[in-house]
Design a protein around this ligand. Sequence first.
Ligand code: GLN
Length: 191
Amino acid sequence: MRIGVLAVQGAFAEHEQMLRALGAECFEIRQQADLDGQMDGLVLPGGESTVMGKLLRELGLLLPLRERIESGLPVLATCAGLILLAEHIDGEEGSHLGTLPVTVKRNAYGRQLGSFYTEAEIKHIGTMPMHFIRAPYVETVENGVEVLAEVDGRIVAVRYQNQLALSFHPEVSGDTSVHRYFLNMCERTEK
Ligand code: GLN
Protein backbone atom coordinates (compact mmCIF):
# COMPACT_ATOMS: atom_id res chain seq x y z
CA MET A 1 0.00 0.00 0.00
CA ARG A 2 1.61 3.23 -1.17
CA ILE A 3 0.01 6.48 -0.05
CA GLY A 4 0.87 9.92 -1.45
CA VAL A 5 0.70 12.75 1.07
CA LEU A 6 0.45 16.28 -0.30
CA ALA A 7 3.42 18.01 1.32
CA VAL A 8 3.52 21.53 -0.08
CA GLN A 9 2.36 23.09 3.19
CA GLY A 10 0.61 22.23 6.43
CA ALA A 11 0.33 19.23 8.75
CA PHE A 12 1.47 16.43 6.46
CA ALA A 13 4.14 14.84 8.71
CA GLU A 14 1.60 13.74 11.32
CA HIS A 15 -0.42 11.87 8.68
CA GLU A 16 2.70 10.10 7.44
CA GLN A 17 3.61 9.04 10.95
CA MET A 18 0.18 7.58 11.55
CA LEU A 19 0.00 5.79 8.18
CA ARG A 20 3.48 4.31 8.65
CA ALA A 21 2.56 3.12 12.13
CA LEU A 22 -0.31 1.25 10.45
CA GLY A 23 2.09 -0.40 8.01
CA ALA A 24 1.52 1.74 4.90
CA GLU A 25 4.32 3.13 2.77
CA CYS A 26 4.15 6.93 2.35
CA PHE A 27 5.67 9.34 -0.09
CA GLU A 28 5.48 13.12 -0.22
CA ILE A 29 3.95 14.98 -3.16
CA ARG A 30 5.74 18.27 -3.83
CA GLN A 31 6.06 18.30 -7.63
CA GLN A 32 4.66 16.58 -10.72
CA ALA A 33 7.43 13.98 -10.86
CA ASP A 34 6.27 12.65 -7.49
CA LEU A 35 3.12 11.39 -9.20
CA ASP A 36 5.04 9.01 -11.47
CA GLY A 37 5.08 6.00 -9.18
CA GLN A 38 2.32 3.77 -7.86
CA MET A 39 -0.24 5.59 -5.69
CA ASP A 40 -2.99 3.66 -3.91
CA GLY A 41 -4.35 6.60 -1.94
CA LEU A 42 -3.93 10.34 -1.42
CA VAL A 43 -3.93 12.45 1.75
CA LEU A 44 -4.71 16.18 1.66
CA PRO A 45 -3.67 17.54 5.06
CA GLY A 46 -4.71 20.55 7.11
CA GLY A 47 -2.94 23.85 6.70
CA GLU A 48 -3.98 26.94 4.83
CA SER A 49 -6.20 26.15 1.87
CA THR A 50 -5.54 29.39 -0.02
CA VAL A 51 -1.78 28.79 0.13
CA MET A 52 -2.11 25.12 -0.78
CA GLY A 53 -4.49 25.91 -3.64
CA LYS A 54 -2.09 28.49 -5.03
CA LEU A 55 0.85 26.08 -4.77
CA LEU A 56 -1.13 23.27 -6.41
CA ARG A 57 -1.73 25.55 -9.38
CA GLU A 58 1.83 26.88 -9.57
CA LEU A 59 3.36 23.42 -9.32
CA GLY A 60 1.05 21.99 -11.97
CA LEU A 61 -0.40 19.52 -9.49
CA LEU A 62 -4.02 20.67 -9.53
CA LEU A 63 -5.13 19.06 -12.78
CA PRO A 64 -3.34 15.71 -12.44
CA LEU A 65 -4.61 15.29 -8.88
CA ARG A 66 -8.16 16.21 -9.89
CA GLU A 67 -8.00 13.66 -12.69
CA ARG A 68 -6.79 10.92 -10.36
CA ILE A 69 -9.52 11.67 -7.83
CA GLU A 70 -12.19 11.72 -10.53
CA SER A 71 -11.00 8.37 -11.77
CA GLY A 72 -11.43 6.80 -8.34
CA LEU A 73 -8.23 7.30 -6.34
CA PRO A 74 -9.18 7.12 -2.61
CA VAL A 75 -8.61 10.44 -0.81
CA LEU A 76 -8.50 11.36 2.85
CA ALA A 77 -8.86 15.12 3.32
CA THR A 78 -8.68 16.91 6.65
CA CYS A 79 -9.56 20.52 7.42
CA ALA A 80 -7.90 22.65 4.70
CA GLY A 81 -7.88 19.43 2.62
CA LEU A 82 -11.68 19.39 2.82
CA ILE A 83 -11.70 22.96 1.49
CA LEU A 84 -9.43 21.92 -1.39
CA LEU A 85 -11.88 19.17 -2.36
CA ALA A 86 -15.11 21.16 -1.99
CA GLU A 87 -16.99 22.14 -5.13
CA HIS A 88 -18.18 25.37 -3.47
CA ILE A 89 -16.62 27.60 -0.81
CA ASP A 90 -19.09 29.91 0.90
CA GLY A 91 -18.42 33.57 0.10
CA GLU A 92 -15.62 32.84 -2.37
CA GLU A 93 -15.50 32.62 -6.11
CA GLY A 94 -14.30 29.37 -7.58
CA SER A 95 -12.85 26.30 -5.94
CA HIS A 96 -9.63 24.28 -5.96
CA LEU A 97 -9.91 20.58 -6.82
CA GLY A 98 -13.70 20.88 -6.72
CA THR A 99 -14.39 17.13 -6.80
CA LEU A 100 -16.60 16.89 -3.69
CA PRO A 101 -20.19 18.11 -4.21
CA VAL A 102 -20.55 20.10 -0.98
CA THR A 103 -20.43 23.72 0.11
CA VAL A 104 -17.95 24.45 2.91
CA LYS A 105 -17.64 27.42 5.15
CA ARG A 106 -14.08 28.37 6.06
CA ASN A 107 -13.04 29.46 9.55
CA ALA A 108 -16.60 28.62 10.39
CA TYR A 109 -16.31 28.71 14.15
CA GLY A 110 -15.18 32.33 14.38
CA ARG A 111 -11.84 33.62 15.58
CA GLN A 112 -12.28 33.10 19.31
CA LEU A 113 -13.88 29.67 19.11
CA GLY A 114 -11.71 28.66 16.19
CA SER A 115 -10.04 25.77 17.98
CA PHE A 116 -11.72 23.26 20.25
CA TYR A 117 -11.83 19.61 21.19
CA THR A 118 -14.74 17.22 21.47
CA GLU A 119 -15.61 13.57 21.10
CA ALA A 120 -18.29 12.40 18.72
CA GLU A 121 -19.40 9.43 16.68
CA ILE A 122 -18.42 8.97 13.04
CA LYS A 123 -20.60 6.56 11.12
CA HIS A 124 -18.81 3.29 10.18
CA ILE A 125 -15.84 4.26 12.38
CA GLY A 126 -17.05 4.84 15.95
CA THR A 127 -16.68 7.49 18.63
CA MET A 128 -13.44 9.38 18.41
CA PRO A 129 -11.56 12.45 19.63
CA MET A 130 -11.93 15.45 17.33
CA HIS A 131 -9.53 18.38 17.34
CA PHE A 132 -10.85 21.39 15.44
CA ILE A 133 -8.25 24.00 14.46
CA ARG A 134 -9.71 27.08 12.73
CA ALA A 135 -11.90 24.50 11.09
CA PRO A 136 -14.37 24.66 8.25
CA TYR A 137 -17.68 22.85 8.34
CA VAL A 138 -19.89 21.52 5.59
CA GLU A 139 -22.94 23.73 5.07
CA THR A 140 -24.77 21.73 2.43
CA VAL A 141 -24.28 18.42 0.65
CA GLU A 142 -25.56 17.33 -2.71
CA ASN A 143 -27.09 13.99 -3.64
CA GLY A 144 -24.90 11.00 -3.05
CA VAL A 145 -22.82 12.55 -0.28
CA GLU A 146 -23.07 10.58 2.94
CA VAL A 147 -22.93 12.61 6.16
CA LEU A 148 -20.73 10.68 8.60
CA ALA A 149 -20.62 13.02 11.58
CA GLU A 150 -22.20 16.14 13.00
CA VAL A 151 -21.13 18.22 15.96
CA ASP A 152 -23.64 20.72 17.37
CA GLY A 153 -25.82 20.25 14.30
CA ARG A 154 -22.98 21.02 11.89
CA ILE A 155 -21.61 18.51 9.40
CA VAL A 156 -17.96 17.70 10.14
CA ALA A 157 -17.36 14.48 8.19
CA VAL A 158 -18.60 13.24 4.82
CA ARG A 159 -17.94 10.50 2.36
CA TYR A 160 -18.63 10.69 -1.36
CA GLN A 161 -17.57 7.59 -3.29
CA ASN A 162 -13.75 7.51 -3.02
CA GLN A 163 -13.52 10.77 -1.05
CA LEU A 164 -13.46 10.93 2.77
CA ALA A 165 -13.35 14.48 4.12
CA LEU A 166 -13.23 15.76 7.70
CA SER A 167 -13.33 19.20 9.32
CA PHE A 168 -11.12 18.09 12.19
CA HIS A 169 -7.61 16.65 12.60
CA PRO A 170 -7.57 12.89 13.32
CA GLU A 171 -3.79 12.81 12.84
CA VAL A 172 -3.08 14.72 16.06
CA SER A 173 -5.28 12.61 18.33
CA GLY A 174 -3.33 9.37 18.60
CA ASP A 175 -6.52 7.56 17.55
CA THR A 176 -5.80 5.70 14.32
CA SER A 177 -9.35 4.62 13.46
CA VAL A 178 -9.91 7.13 10.62
CA HIS A 179 -6.60 6.22 9.01
CA ARG A 180 -7.40 2.52 9.33
CA TYR A 181 -10.78 3.09 7.68
CA PHE A 182 -9.04 5.04 4.89
CA LEU A 183 -6.43 2.31 4.30
CA ASN A 184 -9.29 -0.13 4.06
CA MET A 185 -10.85 2.06 1.32
CA CYS A 186 -7.48 2.00 -0.48
CA GLU A 187 -7.20 -1.79 -0.20
CA ARG A 188 -10.63 -2.28 -1.70
CA THR A 189 -9.82 -0.18 -4.75
CA GLU A 190 -6.28 -1.49 -5.23
CA LYS A 191 -5.86 -3.01 -8.68
N1 GLN B 1 -8.46 27.87 8.29
C1 GLN B 1 -7.77 27.05 7.33
C2 GLN B 1 -8.25 27.35 5.90
O1 GLN B 1 -9.18 28.05 5.71
C3 GLN B 1 -7.95 25.57 7.65
C4 GLN B 1 -7.35 25.28 8.99
C5 GLN B 1 -6.75 23.91 9.12
O2 GLN B 1 -6.50 23.21 8.14
N2 GLN B 1 -6.44 23.56 10.33
O3 GLN B 1 -7.67 26.87 4.98
